[in-house]
Each structure stands twice: as C-alpha cells, then as structure tokens.
Design a binder for this molecule. Structure first.
Ligand code: AMP
Ligand code: MG
Length: 400
C-alpha cells in the first residue's frame, strides 16, 4: 500500500497509538528544581541519599520509657521537643517527656501517649493502660540511602514534590516541556465577548484545549481563530509549527469543501500517518509529522476535540516525555441498558459513575453537545462490534 493510501486508511485506535509511539521521540532533558518541574516526567530515577526518618522518631506526644517498666511509677528526667535531642540514656524506672517528631532517647523502646498517663507528683507519672504500641518510627523505616525514591517516568505532582523535599533533593532531571500551539480553524468561529452574526458560532475548542493543557502544566500558545482560507491557513500553520513541538489544529480535517488541513499539512512537507480512526467521536483525526515536529488535526466538534485530545494528544505528549500514556480505566457495571445502531467504531461515551460505582448513561446529543461533558464524570468504553450493553454487564470506564 502506498503512503497516501496508508494515510487515508481507516485504522483502529490501538493501531493509531502504536503509530504515534513509533513516530514521536522524546524531547531533550534538563535539570530543574522540583517546584519548577510540576507536571513533567522524570528522565532518570531519583535515589535516596538520606534515611527517612533520619532518627528513631516519636510518633506521639507522651513519655519515652522502657516497656518493661510500665507497671511501676516512672521518674520524669526532662523534656525533648521536636528539633532537640537528649544524650540521656534511660535506666530502670526513668522516662523523658517527648514531643511528636523528637528523637527517642537511648534506652527507650516505647513512647506512651500523654493521654495514657497521669501525674503522681511533679516529677513522677504512671501509665494508666494495660498495653501500648511502640509509637516509635524507626530510623530508615520509610527510606534508606540507595533506595529508589522515584522511578524514571514518574510525573512530578505535589506528593512527589513533598517526597523530594523530605529527602533534601533540590534538583531533578526531567524531559523538557513540549511547546504546544493551538489553531482553531473555521470561518464560522467568533471569540466569546463578540456578538454572533447569522451562521456564526463561538470558538470553544481553543479555550478548551488551552485550559486542558494548563491543567497538564503546559502553557500553550493559543493562536486563536483562522478562517478557512487556504493560503492564510497555510501561513498560520507554518509559523505556528515552527515555534512549537506540537500544533493542535481543530476543524478542517474532514471531507468538506473547506477542509484544507490535510492538503496544507502535506504541502508543508509533513507525512500524514493517519487521518481516519475507527473511533467515535473523532473519526476524522489527523496525525502528521516532519522530523520531530508533530501536527494533530482534531475534529471541530468540541466533544470530539476533547476526546481525541485525551487519546492522541496525550499519547503524543507522553511520547515527548519518554513514556507511554495509559488512560485511567476502571471496571464497573452498567446501571441501565444501553444500545447503539452502528457498532463499527470504538466509542467513548460521556456517562456518570453513580454513588454505587455503576455506569449511568446521560442525555447526549452527539459530539457538539458540550453540556453532556460537563455533567458527565467519566467516559464509557464501548468496543467495536458491541451494539448493546445490558444492566449489570461489566464495562470499563474512564473517570475524569
Ligand atoms: P469541521 O471539522 O471543520 O467540519 O467542524 C465540524 C463542526 O465543528 C462544525 O459544526 C463546526 O462549526 C464545529 N467547530 C469547528 N471548530 C469549532 C470550535 N473551535 N469551537 C466550536 N465548534 C467548532
Ligand atoms: Mg470547519
């Protein structure tokens, strides 16, 4: 099959993912302080160099003492606050008042909670219970030098930031952030804030993609609306792809008279790897590359744009970050019956996972119906060749 035939062939979503992952290669890496690397993927593993906890640490406010002494009154020798340490070694019948986070003194093998003690006099206390936990977090219990703190490919989020900080790490190796541009194509599009003339609609895709990328830690270059003028679009696309690693173009990728994107992308020297998917929504989704510059042409209807960005867009971004994207999917059950007329496409349907964890369908008018997406909290996966799903049937859903 020739290149052109291949590009026009309708392929499955799995084939499309394999193509994206074979075409897109990882961007270069850089060293950054963790707080500037939010949303990035680690390009190398991080190894612990310290013990966590760094010393035997009290997990409670109370008294550090010897388990064998608990049946008798205990003499209080002093206090250890968090941040202090004591060189006292406890002997029989002795204890030290200790605060959460303070190092447990030598000789002590347990910390009794302050709530499980009573004062006998100024310097003597008694344990008031029968049993106690040790309430000591041993040195190195969570991590030891040489342990893998974070694996290569991990995404930096706030828990990872906390872990790195707790280990005293001030720099990490991460993949560079992909530069992403967005062009919303369509002569009918008007930006919110302007009045609509007959035949016009508001541009929602540009705003949707910009904010979705923001959520992923990427400040996108939103180039706004481009009208369906071949030469103008070509200039805009050419400039935008020069300045970015990935260009997202919405609209104009299907088979209408003004759907110029495939021809322009080819004229600019890009290889079109696919332009049709057995996917609903998003049959007309175009993926093209030239060296490691990538163009993703997304269908114009906003639900299609959103869903195919979550598929193809995420695969591309992950490949730029040296890894593969795996959508979070969970096994659930249908809360109602569902049927569709045609089953030739793999469908992602906006649904609600109800409080029982089951999948409920919602009113959905098709790929222009944004309201449905705002009400949904998940996408139901409907495989090819499946026409109907019965109440109680097992299904996979992707919460979002
Ligand atoms: P197209 O893929 O250009 O044929 O567009 C398919 C449908 O999506 C048409 O009804 C367009 O008006 C609509 N559409 C295209 N781009 C946008 C956009 N940026 N925001 C909202 N709707 C759009
Ligand atoms: Mg259009």
């Amino acid at each position: 099959m020739g290149k052109e035939q291949l590009a026009n062939k309708i392929i499955s979503i799995d084939e499309a993912k394999a193509i994206v992952e074979s075409v897109v290669t990882a961007l270069s890496t850089e060293k950054l302080p963790p707080h500037l690397a939010i949303g990035r993927n680690l390009s190398s593993e991080v190894i612990a160099t310290v013990f966590i906890p760094p010393f035997n640490r009290s997990a409670m406010d109370g008294f550090a003492c010897r388990l064998e002494d608990l049946s008798e009154p205990l003499k209080v020798l002093g206090t250890i606050a968090a941040g202090e340490s004591s060189n006292i070694t406890l002997n029989k019948g002795e204890c030290l008042r200790i605060m959460t986070g303070a190092p447990v003194p030598k000789g002590a093998d347990t910390v009794i909670m302050v709530e499980h003690s009573e004062s006998i006099d100024e310097n003597t206390i008694r344990f008031t219970k029968d049993k106690t936990k040790s309430n000591i977090s041993p040195k190195g219990n969570d991590l030891k030098p040489g342990d893998v703190l974070l694996k290569a490919g991990s995404i930096i989020k706030s828990p990872q930031i906390a872990l790195l900080a707790s280990s005293g790490i001030s720099e990490v190796n991460v993949y560079q952030q992909a530069k992403v541009g967005i062009i919303s194509s369509g002569s009918e599009l008007v930006e919110p804030g302007n009045a609509l003339q007959e035949g016009q609609i508001y541009n929602s895709n540009g705003h949707q993609l910009t904010s979705r990328l923001n959520e992923l830690g990427i400040v996108a270059n939103n180039y706004g609306v481009s009208v369906d003028d071949y030469d103008l679009l070509k200039t805009n696309i050419s400039e935008a792809i020069t300045a970015n690693d990935l260009l997202l173009i919405t609209g104009g990728v299907s088979v209408g008279d003004y759907d110029y994107i495939p021809a322009i992308v080819e004229e600019l020297g890009f290889d079109i790897h696919f332009s049709k998917l057995h996917a609903k929504p998003g049959k007309h989704t175009l993926f093209a590359s030239k060296e490691n510059k990538v163009i993703l042409g997304l269908p114009g209807n906003p639900v299609s744009t959103l869903i195919q960005f979550e598929e193809c867009g995420q695969w591309i971004l992950k490949a730029f970050a040296g890894s593969t994207h795996q959508a979070l999917r969970i096994k659930s059950q249908m809360a109602c019956d569902y049927s569709r007329k045609k089953s030739d496409r793999y469908e992602l349907l906006p649904v609600i996972i109800n409080e029982e964890g089951q999948v409920k369908t919602i009113e959905y008018h098709g790929s222009a119906h944004m309201q449905a997406i705002t009400e949904a909290n998940a996408l139901l996966e409907i495989p090819i060749n499946i026409n109907s799903l019965k109440k109680g049937e097992s299904v996979y859903v992707r919460p979002f």
